[in-house]
Every structure is written in C-alpha cells, then in structure tokens.
Write a protein that binds this ligand. Structure first.
Ligand code: ADE
Length: 419
C-alpha cells in the first residue's frame, strides 16, 4: 500500500489520541455500528480530502466499517496531525497522503495521489478534489463518479458556482448546509477552536483586548461570542446590513475595517472572501497587533501587501511571524494566514465534529442509494437525516425534549389545512 506521512513511528501516539476522539463521538459511533452490520458502502471507492485530525480518523473508521475502500489527503497544508496520519496508514491500512507543513506542490501532488485510485465518490472540505477532478476529468474521472459530499461553506460556494455554469459533473451533498452542521460546528466549533488557536499561538490575555472579527456569519458569531465571553471588547466588521444589525443588537461594536484597524489588538477574518485586511489597513495598526484567519483559504489577509510593507520579519514563536513594517510598528501574523484553529490548535472538538461527520457518513450512504435519481447539482442533506442526527445527539447527552399533546397536534394541523 502506498502512503506518504511524516513519520510512521508516530502511529501509536495517534491511535491513543484517536481513541480519545472516538470516546467523544457517540452518534457517529452508532452510525458506525449500523454500517458494520449493513455494509451500505460495500465496494465503494471513496477519496477524501479532509483535515487529517483525530475526528477525521474516526470518520474514516466508520466509512471503512461500512465497506468503503478509502484514500485520504489533507485539505490544508498546515492542518495535518502527523501522528493521526501515521496511525491511519498503519492501523487502518488507508493510503494517506498528508504531512503537516507540506509545500503547495506537495499539497497538490497528495491530492493527485489520493485520486489515483479512481474513486466512485469524493468527500471534500473546500472542494479541492472536485476542482482537481474537473480540471482533468479524463485522468481522474475515467469511470463514472457517482457523487460527492462537501464539508465547508467555502467549498459549497465553489460548487454552487460550478453548478450554476452547468459544469458540475456529478451530484454533491452540501454537508455544510445541514442545520446539525453549520449551527453547531461553524458556531461553537469555530468559536472555541479559533480562540484556542490564538491562545495556543500567542498566550495573550483576551480579557480587555479589542478583538476584531471580520465576518458575522455562523463562524464569526461563534468567534465573537467566545471572545466576548473571555472579556474582550468585540468589534465586528460586516458588509451585510442584516448581519451588521444583528451584531449591534448582540451588543457588539460594528464599524468598517478602516476604523477597526486603528484600534484592534487581535484581528480574525472569517468571511470566505479575499483581501479583507489589506495593505492600507496593516499600516494603520497599533504596535504589536495580532492578525489571523479562520476562514478556509489563506487569502482573507493580503499577505503579499504585508510582505511589501515589511522592513524585516522573523519567527518569534511557533506559528507567529513578527513583521516589522517600514513605519517602525510590528505586526504578528499567525499560522501563515491559514486556518488558525487547525494550524495552531486541533480544530473543532470531537463532540461537535460528531454531528458534522454523521452528516458526511449518512450523506455518503444517501448518495450511494440515490445517485441514479440525482441531477448534477448541489443538494442539501435530507431533513429527516438532519433531524435524526439532532435527536441522537440530544439522546447521547441525556437530554429529553417535550412532545406535542394530541390536542396540540390537532390544533397545528387545523392551521396547516387552512381551517
Ligand atoms: N474542521 C474543523 N475542525 C475539524 C476537525 N477537528 N477535524 C476535521 N475537520 C475539522
């Protein structure tokens, strides 16, 4: 079996950390037990491009238990946990192509290696598999690809653009759009792991800082909520009037980045767009400002402009590059502008990935069963699956919700029937 990982000797440590994650993913565990019995993915070749973390390893176990044959590469050059990659290669015998800190050339060669086994299905986080396949369909899509799943907001945006131009070559399930994904993973997962990444990288006190969050989508809401909970003065930068208004009514300051740039101590971008913080903003920043990104791509910060503005730079701590600008002020860039929550920390906690990855596993099963009826476009996870995941998650937490009385049901259905 072919694989490319940093150090195979890390497998033992990886296996223990994967066990820790598995213990915190009870709902995915239930899916895994059913998959083992029913074999819904038997014989399916599935290529996955995901952050190679302990939680992803548990998902790989479940897909394999369901009968799938797998290959795995990283969905970001800095997010791989090398011990996990080693464990997956050694203990689960999965061809893994992922090394933390790999350069761009290696990153894309790993994607190609994962695709070289001619998958029937793709599982993406950021749409790099779909995009590579679409650039060279005759090589990677030689036989029919029946469908794919997509984990993240940025990937779904890329796929919808392909579908709108009628260029998408197979159906894709937008896992991100499931309620049990974005309402929890994007908000509570990104919220906690972004703060975790910033704190691990800098050991800075959040309390009393001016903490600027660019973007008030689900991820931005989460980061703002957690920073506020730790005592920061949170400033939100938005372009959407509804989200800007929501941030105001959540009790936060809202202003353009040009104003926020002068007063912020810590800046985080979570917009999914490019060049949110640009050269014209870096020159306004205070001495010692900290700048990072928690969106999928490292294009939210205009790093080429920062490079042009610099007099010198040095790595002052792991994941912290200190830029001294020509104006004499120092700016600290975290994690090369890549997802700070996965570069300097471990990504979202297992108990939230439990739901996200249930959507992945059940999305793959749904595609296997229904691909013949599906068009070459982007689909939601079916509502019954989404609701079942929420029900099981509550059950695993020992939380019971209420039920309607017969009288209440009759009352509601009378309204639905217009009487
Ligand atoms: N994306 C964010 N956090 C993650 C994690 N822990 N594992 C895989 N993908 C992630």
């Amino acid at each position: 079996m072919n694989y490319h990982v940093k150090d195979i000797k890390l497998a033992k440590k990886g296996a223990l950390r994967i066990e820790w994650a598995r213990n915190n993913m009870p709902v995915l565990g239930l899916v895994g037990a059913r998959f083992k019995k029913e074999q819904p993915l038997k014989g399916l070749k599935l290529a996955a491009c995901l952050h190679v973390t302990t939680e992803t390893a548990v998902l790989m176990e479940v897909l394999k238990a369901g009968g799938a044959q797998l290959s795995l590469c990283a969905s970001n050059p800095l997010s791989t946990q090398d011990d996990v990659a080693a464990s997956l290669a050694v203990n689960l015998k999965i061809p893994v192509f992922a090394i933390k800190g790999e350069d761009t050339k290696t990153y894309y060669s790993h994607i190609k290696s994962a695709l070289s086994f001619q998958p029937d299905m793709t599982m993406d986080d950021g749409a790099d598999l779909v995009s590579t396949i679409h650039q060279n369909f005759s090589v990677y899509g030689r036989k029919e690809i029946i469908g794919g799943t997509e984990e993240t907001t940025t990937g779904v945006i890329r796929l919808r653009a392909l579908a709108a131009q009628r260029k998408l070559r197979y159906p894709v399930i937008a896992v991100n759009d499931a309620m049990t994904k974005h309402m929890f993973d994007n908000r509570y997962g990104t919220g906690q792991s972004t703060l975790d990444g910033i704190i691990r990288a800098t050991n800075k006190l959040i309390a009393g800082s001016n903490f600027v969050v660019c973007g008030y989508g689900w991820c931005g809401r989460g980061a703002a909520m957690r920073a506020r909970g730790m005592g920061a003065n949170v400033i939100v930068v938005e372009v959407d009037p509804l989200k800007g208004l929501e941030a105001v009514m959540d009790g936060l300051q809202v202003m353009p980045i040009r104003d926020a740039a002068r007063i912020g101590d810590i800046f985080v971008t979570v917009t999914g767009d490019i060049n949110v913080i640009r050269g014209e903003h870096f020159v306004l920043m205070k001495e010692g400002a900290i700048v990072c990104n928690s969106g999928h791509f490292n294009a939210e910060l205009e790093i080429p402009a920062l490079e042009k503005l610099k007099k010198s730079k040095r790595v002052i701590r792991d994941f912290v590059e200190e830029y001294t600008l020509k104006n004499g002020r120092r700016i600290n860039l975290l994690g090369e502008g890549r997802l700070i929550n996965l570069a300097a920390a471990e990504g979202h906690p297992a108990s939230v990935m439990d739901m996200s990855f249930c959507n992945q596993a059940l999305g793959a099963e749904y595609l296997r069963q229904h691909y013949k009826e599906l068009q070459k476009t982007v689909y939601k996870v079916p509502d019954p699956i989404d609701h079942e995941i929420a029900r099981l998650k509550l059950k695993s937490m020992g939380v019971r919700i209420d039920t309607l009385t017969e009288e209440q049901k009759r009352y509601l259905s009378s309204w639905e029937m217009g009487t």
